[in-house]
Design a protein around this ligand. Structure first.
Ligand code: SF4
Length: 499
């Protein structure tokens, strides 16, 4: 009998109107230390990139072993489980489902048999031609065990790894279209590679004298004693084995189209991307915002925690004092207790407590990172007015989001995107603000310090760097849709996880 568990996801307690991070991937080569332990702490640092499931696969040079389950990293692993994962190489994954339901069989790493032994694959991103590739392989007799696009990647690798890792990754890059930053573990080597557009991030680092790390973000290096090195180039791969680390080109034609949203919101502020600390990038976004959208106000208040650096930047340029206007509960992030109707109606108030003494009688500039459906912003504005604010001027560091993302971010369908349905004036009225201003695309990329041509800006301007089929769906292989295949549950709704 399959085990059935019920969990409750309380969306309104998670300020759930924000775009959802995608996944975090990790690779560890540690000749003098158990790789599973390092992977655990590395994944812990990447928890913000996915909270639905977590997994670690290890190799001792002969055999690949794996443990994965639904839940947060520290719910999935304990000391006993980690001690059952011996070996000096590991890959790890934290998942937020962007293709395929949130169920155990879609948790990663993906584990497959190949001619070189077992392999484990951890993927961040979305393949936009996964359906065609899968149908092609199924017609050739391939059997798939999950409904995620990541298994498609894994099964292409399986077919070609006996020709060597370089050759196998080149075949993947020739066939797969979309966003993918991937770590792969075979019994004898660790591989990392990044799609030819470099949409999702990936950095390589050192671990002691002769160890190596690969991670979605550099914030995973410090906690395990690693040092960040170079960002993988678009279409580049890295192979790590007992002879050391080598890089190779996987695809010749590349054009860097890094996700701008990584800089605005997804990645941790202590990570670096394109050579810049994201905290500083966000602070510069706040400065740009103050120039583009000044406000006649008394104080600048961030939406904690992500709005803090931008609010500091806004404050520095505008000369308006920075004040914390609300505190965030650290422990309500995920709860297994459903709130009753009365508590649900309190919405963000269960997560954010206003500092009424700071807000009362003030004209407030409220700085946040993004507006997706507008529901959270509406609640935040109401919270400030209810706390005695005289005016609330909302300032957003993301340009208006008008188009959906097909490259690994779950943000909403086009019809749900507030900025796609309303003018700025209508949206301002909808959220109940005194005024509303979004940072422009030029302002946002200026804050990063790269030319606009180096970014994916598709959710802002509709120009997709990799063409997207009109019928692409999140649950392309969930047929019939699995229970739990829900990207946005109603508040307090039950999610069924059947493994
Ligand atoms: S569409 Fe938006 S969220 Fe998606 S990769 Fe491009 S910039 Fe990032």
């Amino acid at each position: 009998m399959p085990r059935v568990r019920y969990t409750v996801q309380v969306n309104d307690l998670e300020l759930d109107d924000r775009p959802k991070e995608e996944c975090g991937v990790l690779g560890v080569y540690s000749p003098h230390e158990e790789a599973a332990r390092i992977a655990f702490f590395g994944l812990f640092a990447l928890q913000h990139r996915g909270q639905e499931s977590a997994g670690i696969a290890v190799s001792d040079g002969h055999k690949v072993r794996m443990h994965k389950d639904m839940g947060l990293v520290n719910q999935v692993f304990n000391a006993e489980i980690l001690s059952g994962l011996p070996g000096h190489m590991a890959v790890g994954h934290t998942r937020y489902s962007t293709m395929g339901a949130s169920v155990l069989r879609n948790a990663q790493p993906v584990f497959c048999q190949s001619l070189v032994g077992e392999i484990a694959v951890a993927h961040n991103g979305n393949l936009i031609n996964a359906r065609e590739l899968r149908e092609e392989m199924e017609a050739e007799g391939e059997h798939f065990e999950s409904t995620s696009d990541s298994e498609v990647l894994a099964r292409i690798l399986v077919r070609h790894l006996h020709d060597g890792p370089e050759a196998a990754v080149r075949v993947v890059m020739a066939k797969a279209r979309g966003a993918y930053s991937v770590t792969v573990l075979t019994p004898r080597c660790l591989i990392g590679f990044r799609d030819p557009a470099g949409i999702r991030p990936m950095t390589v680092g050192r671990l002691g004298e002769d160890g190596y790390l690969i991670a979605s973000e550099t914030c995973a290096f410090g906690p395990v004693g690693g040092v960040a090195g170079q960002e993988l180039l678009p279409g580049e791969m890295v192979i790590i084995d007992q002879s050391g680390m080598r890089f190779a080109v996987g695809a010749e034609e590349t054009k860097h189209s890094m996700c701008l949203f990584e800089f605005i919101y997804f990645a941790r502020p202590d990570s670096t991307m394109y050579g810049s600390l994201l905290y500083d990038v966000r602070e510069r976004m706040g400065r740009e915002l103050a120039v583009e959208h000044p406000a006649d106000a008394d104080i600048v208040v961030p939406v904690p925690d992500s709005g803090i650096p931008a609010a500091l930047g806004y404050s520095a340029v505008s000369g308006l004092p920075f004040r914390e206007g609300m505190t965030k509960s650290r422990y309500i992030h995920r709860t297994f207790i459903a709130p009753d109707q009365r508590l649900r109606e309190l919405g963000v108030r269960m997560k954010l407590t206003p500092l009424i003494e700071h807000i009362k009688n003030q004209r407030v500039v409220l700085v946040d990172d993004s507006i997706v459906r507008g529901t959270t912003t509406k609640q935040l504005v109401r919270l400030l007015f209810d706390s005695g604010a005289r005016e609330v001027h909302v300032r957003i560091t993301a340009p208006p989001i008008k188009f959906p993302c097909f490259y690994g971010i779950d943000m909403a369908s086009k019809g749900e995107l507030a900025a796609a349905r309303m003018s700025i004036e209508q949206l301002c009225e909808y959220v109940g603000a005194t005024s509303l201003g979004f940072l422009s695309i030029p302002g946002a990329v200026r804050a990063v310090g790269r030319d606009e041509s180096h970014f994916c800006l598709a959710c802002f301007n509709g120009e997709y760097p990799i063409p997207v089929p009109s019928d692409l769906k999140k649950h392309a292989f969930d047929d019939p849709p699995e229970v739990g295949a829900l990207s946005a549950l109603s508040p307090g709704q039950l999610r069924l996880i059947d493994d």
